[in-house]
Design a protein around this ligand. Structure first.
Ligand code: ATP
Ligand code: MG
Length: 166
């Protein structure tokens, strides 16, 4: 199944607009010129939608109040790299593995009473790995947080051979 990942991100931005506004968070697509572009990937659209909703929702809930959540899209020869970044305190190293565990929530998030179940990242990791990819976390205290994964681009359709013409 091939789909335009730019369109998917913009759809999710619309869906999460209110959630973001409640914390004063601005949602950004980077580079912004991509808004009118088509970036095709070969993946399960509904499942990738679930992954991106969770990552962006996390960025809004656990990132800086009145801050930014940015989705960076970058194309390589064979893949599209998708990175969701939020500013804020970041995640300390000792939690990096644990946030992918089911039901694990960093103490601060629980006490903030943001109402999650702690399943989002476990499910997201599972879905991304089901696409033969990996969900990576980069975060340094004070530097914000980035979750990143890649999806394959569809193979180019074979150009018609001379014998098939006419
Ligand atoms: P759910 O996604 O099921 O609604 P949740 O958001 O708490 O609940 P996960 O998405 O799995 O669960 O995240 C697990 C925990 O990792 C969160 O509770 C939070 O403590 C931490 N976390 C996740 N994303 C971020 C982030 N961008 N910045 C800081 N902490 C994060
Ligand atoms: Mg979550």
């Amino acid at each position: 199944q091939r789909f335009n990942v730019v369109q998917l991100v913009l759809d999710i931005f619309e869906q999460l607009e209110l959630t973001a506004a409640q914390r004063g968070v601005t949602l950004e697509l980077i580079p912004p010129t991509l808004t009118d572009a088509e970036l095709l990937v070969l993946a399960d659209r509904n499942r990738i939608r679930q992954v991106l909703i969770n990552l962006i929702d996390n960025g809004i809930k656990y990132g800086q109040e009145n801050g930014h959540v940015a989705v960076h899209l970058a194309e390589t020869t064979k893949a599209v790299r998708i990175a969701v970044h939020n500013d804020g305190e970041g995640i300390a190293k000792q939690h990096h593995h644990r946030v992918f565990e089911r039901f694990y929530r960093i103490e601060k998030s629980r006490s903030r009473n943001s109402g999650g179940t702690g399943l989002g990242l476990a499910i997201s990791k599972h879905i991304v790995e089901g696409h033969k990819s990996a969900l990576r976390l980069h975060s340094e205290p004070g530097q914000g947080t980035t979750f990143e994964f890649k999806l394959p681009k569809p193979k180019l359709r074979r150009a018609a051979q001379p014998s098939e013409q006419g």
